[in-house]
Every structure is written in structure tokens, then in C-alpha cells.
Design a protein around this ligand. Structure first.
Ligand code: SF4
Ligand code: SF4
Length: 209
């Protein structure tokens, strides 16, 4: 068996290449071109419309927080708990979201509705609902897992820089206070309340099958 040898020739570089002077001047030329272009746009107020052309060839620096780029509809921001018509949470404390959460950052304490409430026996409600937004990896699995469209990440808020960990732990009241990008605390998906003729459920109390 004969060994084959592959000869890799050293690239031939001229003195000019090796000095890098020409490449350095070219690079500075690109920098100066963008510097003057940006300055002219700033002086004449002709900055590109970032909403229409987010990656337009011009000044792409956004003067945050005075200027904000609009978030996409499907962008995953801080969570919210959606409301029913009566203002109570849509959540039925089924624990699907906390089970699906890979970061294990959702805590729910389920409770039964009070005696006489038409929802008692059909479903529960979250007495406590806590999300540790610092542990959250914003994967959206909780939203996908929810059978009631009760948890959403369409707030358009991203986490603010805070100086203590406790401020990142959102409780039920805080999660219910958030609004979606449409400005409401509800969900457009229909909800069939227990007692409605459209409600498909049966009660555990009355032994339906
Ligand atoms: S987005 Fe992902 S990590 Fe965050 S709470 Fe939901 S399931 Fe958990
Ligand atoms: S938010 Fe949805 S998935 Fe989570 S406990 Fe409530 S109803 Fe179940």
C-alpha cells in the first residue's frame, strides 16, 4: 500500500498583501462611507422607515426606549392570564402548562369554586398562579399545552431590567393585569361556560358519563 501525499502550496502573497495597508484603507473607506451616509440621513431627517424596512440600508440603530420596533404577532413576550367575560381567569387549573414547562417555573395551586357556583364540579380555578420569569426560557410550551387559551405570551412586553430576583416572580394578580398586543385582557377564542347550552361538559357531581 502506497501512501499518497497531497502538497498544499503556500499562498503567494505580495508585499502589498502582507503589509495589509491596502485592505486597511479599503476597510476604512467602508467605515467612512457609512459614517457620512448616516450623518447625512441624520442631518436631513431621512432615516429609513424601520417599520417597513427593518433592515434597510441606512441607520439601523433604534433609539430605544424612545423608539420601539413593533413586535410580530407571534413574538413571545411576558405571559398573561386571559379573562372571561366576568373578569375571572379562563384557567381551569388543569396543570397542563406546568407539566409541559421544561424549566419547571410555573406553580399553580388549584381550588374548587364555591358551593353554588355553576362552575363547581365542572372545573377548578387557580387560587395561586406563579411564573418565575427568570427561569422561563420563553419556549411557549405552556401556551401550546393550554386547552383553554388561558395563558398567552402575546403581551409585547419583554423583561425589564430589575435589581432583585423577587420582582421577576409574577403572581396571579400581576399575570392577570397584563394585556395582549390587541389591548384587551381576553382571548378572541370562544369559551363555553358551564350552564350554557353550548357547553359540552358533564358534572362530576351529577355522575354524567
Ligand atoms: S414559556 Fe416555556 S419555560 Fe416559560 S413558562 Fe412557558 S413552558 Fe415554561
Ligand atoms: S393556564 Fe391553561 S394549561 Fe395552565 S393550568 Fe390553566 S387551563 Fe391548564
Amino acid at each position: 500500500m502506497t501512501a499518497t501525499t497531497k502538497v498544499i502550496r503556500k499562498p503567494q502573497r505580495t508585499m502589498a498583501d502582507q503589509s495589509y495597508v491596502i485592505e486597511l484603507v479599503k476597510g476604512l473607506g467602508v467605515t467612512l462611507k457609512h459614517f457620512f451616509k448616516g450623518t447625512r440621513q441624520m442631518v436631513t431627517g431621512t432615516t429609513p422607515d424601520l417599520e417597513k424596512h427593518p433592515y434597510a440600508d441606512g441607520i439601523a440603530t433604534v433609539q430605544y426606549p424612545e423608539e420601539k420596533r413593533p413586535y410580530a404577532q407571534r413574538w413571545r413576550g411576558v405571559h398573561r392570564l386571559t379573562h372571561r367575560d366576568d373578569g375571572s381567569p379562563r384557567c381551569v387549573a388543569c396543570l397542563c402548562c406546568s407539566t409541559a414547562c421544561p424549566a419547571q417555573c410555573i406553580y399553580i395551586k388549584p381550588a374548587e369554586y364555591a358551593e353554588g357556583d355553576k362552575r363547581r364540579g365542572y372545573e377548578r380555578y387557580p387560587e395561586e398562579f406563579v411564573i418565575d420569569e427568570l427561569r422561563c426560557i420563553f419556549c411557549g410550551f405552556c401556551v401550546e399545552a393550554c386547552p383553554c387559551d388561558a395563558i398567552r405570551m402575546d403581551t409585547g412586553y419583554h423583561m425589564t431590567a430589575l435589581d432583585d430576583r423577587a420582582s421577576f416572580i409574577y403572581d396571579k394578580a400581576q399575570l392577570m393585569s397584563h394585556v395582549g398586543q390587541d389591548g384587551t385582557q381576553k382571548s378572541a377564542n370562544p369559551r363555553h361556560e358551564p350552564g350554557d347550552p353550548t357547553h359540552p361538559g358533564v358534572t362530576r357531581l351529577h355522575g354524567g358519563h
